[in-house]
Design a protein around this ligand. Sequence first.
Ligand code: UDX
Ligand code: ADP
Length: 465
Amino acid sequence: MKIQKICCIGAGYVGGPTMAVIAKQCPDITVTVVDINEARIAAWNDENVDNIPVYEPGLSAVVAEARGRNLFFSTDVDKAIDEAEMIFISVNTPTKTYGEGKGQAADLKWIELCARQIARVAQGDKIVVEKSTLPVRTASTLKDILTHTGNGLNFQILSNPEFLAEGTAVDDLMNPDRVLIGGDQTEEGKNAIEALVNVYARWVPKDRILTTNVWSSELSKLTANAYLAQRVSSINSLSELCEHTEADVNEVARAIGTDSRIGPKFLKASVGFGGSCFQKDILNLVYISRTYGLHEVADYWEQVIIMNDHQKRRFAKKIIRNLYNTVSGKKIAFLGWAFKKDTNDTRESAAIYVADHLLNEQSKIAVYDPKVTEKQIFSDLDYLGSRSPEENRKQLQAEKDPYKVCKGSHAVAVLTEWDEFKSYDWQKIYDSMLKPAHIFDGRNLLDKEALKAIGFQVHAIGSTN
Ligand code: UDX
Ligand code: ADP
């Protein structure tokens, strides 16, 4: 079966970039990305491609090339579903905030709504592709809804988890380590798998396209994220030990990373991992394990989250301790709010939790992030509900100028590893700060010796001063 029309439900950080790259690489396939959020679709359609809602290096150029040719963004969900032979589901699956599984299980409300909508609208057979990260066995839920509420049509469910990392999404999509496609092992299932393989095979070498059964594919996605997050928590746990033993976490990371069995990637100690996936996926893994009564398995993975929460809290506490045990009324400058560099995404960003902790201690905070808007910063803080929106706006301000943010502050805290922070005029910043001027480098980004030579008191993650 040759796919001619693809529909993607959900124009977010996953759906948008993934479909843009598929459209770029397959000019003969019409790709329509739909979303119920009108503002988001309007932004994807903005004449100026620099205003698309997702910031990703290289993405605007890809959208500029394909949009209007074979890439379309629309709010007409029904029409796109009806016309496509293949429908990707790329909607949000946040952790449940209510009821059974609250705080752990994924909320599948939006996925179910999509399935019901597809069943209602479809007039021909469809291949439905799970793109969002989902708990294992969600495909059977989808299949159940589609076959029981659909018009007697044939629906094949594939799992095709996304492995792109934000900030490098376009590169990851263009040159993936692997593409994973899971499907039923029946003849129809295999045909559906083949149809999707043929889409990716336009630009991905065949030996990098792995096909499995649906459950393996679903579980592999959770597991890949759990392993990556575990590496970050492991090095972060050692960063605390380093701070007590005069070992240096960067040196330790380099030493262990040269072992080819361990490898050098994902060994950067930090203020804690963030992003929409790691925490959610591990919580999912923990929840699933517990529902099968596998408490040792659940406890094992839960520790990755416990360590991450500890690391964020520890960083905030370190700031307070070094500012003579009180930050009340003191200005602390935050450089970075995004959960990592080269993205405007702030979901689960460590900066939010560090700020919340400091605001509870009545500090003042000024924030500069090259890509995150003031609106987003306040929305992140207000969402926590720790204090009123008015109080958040009284205690915290966001600025467009990093020098203004640092001016008159007691301390600068680096929360995101944006490259531009390295090239600031740190002498000028030092001169404008209250003394002693502290820097808390939550990313080991800055040149410690150069800062010390200027006069800063430097506190970097994972080393003594
Ligand atoms: C992750 C997975 O990498 C990707 O494959 C999956 O599809 C989605 O989840 P993402 O969350 O976009 O991608 O970013 P990633 O680069 O994995 O970083 C996650 C968090 O870990 C960030 O907050 C980052 O700063 C932190 N991190 C990463 C570290 O603190 N140290 C490291 O060495 C690496
Ligand atoms: P991700 O990082 O997984 O892409 P996002 O939250 O960035 O998550 O994007 C998910 C998108 O899915 C949102 O823009 C949301 O409006 C959209 N969405 C959720 N449910 C539906 C639905 N039933 N129909 C269309 N779009 C939906």
